[in-house]
Design a protein around this ligand. Structure first.
Ligand SMILES: [Zn+2]
Length: 148
């Protein structure tokens, strides 16, 4: 896997939508650690159930002490973390993380940027066209108006 600094422009694969990198960790590079906001790991794990498939093959945690450990950690319960990306829409745009970010937060004390945490937890009002709720269509009524 490749290292990208948090909140740097996403450039791994071609995307029509600008995105920001979060959680592309490598052992050789430092990364911020701390106590994540309550519920972050679970919220990320839920999102990891529906990753964006970018056809990049398997990847393994480079922070685990050895390959055997890393291999065990390609899954968390019944959620597979070894491929795909989690895309989260937040105030700063769309964040692109490897599904492995769940493991980084849970096992390696990785603390993602605050704006990312808030977007994952849904504690900020999301803006932007992609996050607008679909306009609810009024059901067609028989002529004569409501109240029939
Ligand atoms: Zn690990």
């Amino acid at each position: 896997m490749t290292h990208f600094a948090d909140l740097s422009p996403y450039a791994y694969s071609e995307s029509e939508t600008p995105m920001l990198n979060v959680g592309w960790l490598e052992r050789e590079h430092g990364y911020p650690t701390g106590t994540p906001p309550q519920g972050l790991t679970e919220a990320l794990a839920e999102r990891a159930r529906n990753t964006v498939d970018v056809h990049r093959g398997m990847h393994f945690c480079r922070l685990c002490p050895d390959f055997e450990t890393a291999r065990r950690n390609t899954s968390r319960g019944d959620v597979f973390l070894g491929s795909g990306e989690i895309h989260v829409t937040g105030p700063g745009g769309i964040y692109a993380s490897p599904a492995m970010v769940v493991h980084y937060v849970e096992a390696h004390s990785y603390l993602p940027p605050k704006e990312y945490c808030e977007a994952v937890l849904g504690t900020v009002a999301q803006t932007g066209p992609r996050s607008s709720p679909p306009v609810a269509r009024q059901p067609l009524r028989a002529r004569g108006g409501p109240g029939a």
